[in-house]
Design a protein around this ligand. Structure first.
Ligand code: C2O
Ligand code: CU
Length: 506
């Protein structure tokens, strides 16, 4: 059933409604950590790599012995990882064989507007009714409607990838339906690399691990529980949506596996952390079995390497944020175990994953004191304008929802027009916790409530966590492309409940 997280009252950092799984859950740290396979290009021409991805339904064994239906990219959750070199463009043809329209967005990609996955730029399935209203919540069902006139089974997306190397992710972005689509499995990784980063000597190969962290809940039949997909969770008219605050699960998955364990050696490891959860915030710490906390040495943010490493004892990670961190297992005795824990969790959601150190090795990796020298350093005096946006609950067409600047998302309205090349300061003000994401640009955090940014705000970001009651100032330069982009809350349920706005670059 549905229980409001008790954590909500005690810890304002946790926003959401926690669903309880109706199945026995496996003990932690038993399932081996999977690493998503790298997708091989289908071909290359004129310096561009070409990929094909089929979006399809499948079932997978996520909980041991249980089959779970999923919506996937290429049959796996997470989808396959695309590995690219900086400046080498990629085209991806997405084929939609799912029962619903989809939209693909490369989160953090510097992409022309026509390939950025605007929420109404649909890749339609074969049969889809004209009236999308009739399809409300059709998330769960195959629709066959003879009136369907438009068929668009596939779409090409072009990504120049002329940007700082980093971990990006691709995910569904359909208007009003992003949260259930990601929940059902539509998310994958895209890594950009370059020679300068390769030459730093950071941990690599088997010691570089992408960690896509998500939470999910499971129904008795093995399907993923989600409020709009489960009639027993649906509330009467006039009552707040059960998923207004955001949907939380009681099972923590890393790369699609519940509380996994990774067997490895006594070396430094580079963990490329992505919080791909719909609404859950984490505060990660690495703790040995003797209770010692290992430092998490942050080397990169959403948009690539920091100027210099920043050491954390605990690292807050909001939905859609990426943190590139190095943990040092050298000197740990063989046989020891290091747990990655979530300090914001309670009970089972405190555990994330574990490393089991089973082999001694020598390690010649390093974390150099200077990581990058190309971070933009816009000064407040460069800004052409300072704008202010509130992120608050409010009334939308459908009832209660979430508003930016007092308005619910409307694809027909232009909310902000900025001039190509301008530097701007945006002041973002929150009622409750909102992880705010800007498409196209990276930005730097200038201040929080008038005070200097926090240690984990370092570097170039594309998503910033506004904490309850906070005003956060960011600075960026709107360059790259003209056209229509978005900014929105990346609590996926807030996003679906209208917390999104249009950004026009002219
Ligand atoms: Cu990760 Cu507009 O999205
Ligand atoms: Cu929000």
């Amino acid at each position: 059933g549905l229980t409001t997280s008790a954590a909500l009252a005690r810890r304002p950092a946790v926003t959401g409604t926690e669903l309880r799984s109706a199945l026995p859950l496996p003990p932690p740290f038993q399932v081996p950590l999977p690493v998503p396979a790298t997708l091989a290009p289908a071909g290359a021409s004129g310096g561009t790599d070409h990929y094909e991805i089929t979006q399809r339904e499948t079932t997978a064994e996520i909980l041991p012995g249980v089959r779970t239906p999923l919506w996937t990219y290429e049959g796996t959750f997470p989808g396959p990882t695309i590995e690219s070199r900086r400046g080498r463009p990629v085209t991806v043809t997405h084929h939609n064989t799912l029962p619903v329209p989809t939209v693909v967005h490369l989160h953090g990609g510097r992409t022309a507007p026509e390939s950025d996955g605007y929420p109404t730029d649909l890749v339609l399935p074969a049969h889809w009714p004209q009236t999308t209203h009739a399809a409300h919540d059709a998330g769960a069902h195959t629709m066959h409607d003879p009136r369907a006139a438009v068929t668009r089974l596939s779409r090409d997306y072009t990504f120049p990838l002329d940007q700082r190397p980093t971990l990006l992710w691709y995910h569904d972005h359909r208007m009003d339906f992003t949260a259930p689509a990601i929940w059902r499995g539509l998310a994958g990784l895209h890594i950009i690399r370059d020679d300068a980063e390769d030459d730093l000597g950071l941990p690599s190969g088997a010691r570089e691990l992408p960690l896509m962290i998500t939470d999910r809940a499971f129904s008795a039949d093995g399907t993923l529980t989600y409020p709009s997909l489960d009639p027993t969770l649906r509330l009467r008219p006039g009552v707040r949506d059960p998923y207004l605050a955001g949907v939380l699960g009681d099972v923590i998955l890393v790369n699609g596996a519940p509380w996994p364990v990774h067997e490895t050696d006594t070396a430094r490891h580079r963990l490329r952390v992505l919080n791909a959860s719909n609404a859950r915030h984490y505060e990660l710490e690495a703790v040995t079995d003797t209770g010692r906390r290992l430092p998490l040495v942050q080397i990169g943010a959403d948009q690539g390497l920091l100027a210099a490493p920043v050491t954390h004892h605990a690292l807050p990670v909001a939905p859609a944020e990426r943190y590139d961190v190095v943990v040092d297992f050298t000197g740990l005795p063989v046989g020891s175990r290091v747990k990655l824990l979530n300090r914001l969790g309670t009970g089972r959601t405190r555990d994330v994953m574990a490393f089991h150190i089973t082999r001694a090795t020598t390690d010649d990796s390093r974390v150099p004191p200077v990581l990058s020298t190309d971070l933009p350093s816009w000064r407040p005096s460069d800004a052409a304008v300072t704008r202010e946006f509130s992120f608050r609950a409010g009334r939308t067409h459908g009832g209660h929802g979430w508003l930016i600047g007092g308005l619910p998302f409307d694809p027909a309205r232009s909310d902000v027009t900025v001039r190509l090349g301008d530097v701007e300061i945006w002041r973002l003000i929150a009622d409750v916790h909102h992880p705010v994401h800007l498409h196209l640009v990276g930005f730097r955090v200038l201040s929080r409530n008038g005070r200097p940014p926090l240690p984990h705000d370092a570097g170039l970001k594309d998503t910033v966590s506004l904490r309850p009651g906070e005003a956060v100032e960011i600075i960026t330069r709107f360059d790259g492309y003209r056209g229509r982009y978005l900014f929105h809350c990346h609590n996926a349920e807030h996003e679906d409940m209208a917390m999104m706005a249009n950004l026009e670059i002219v």
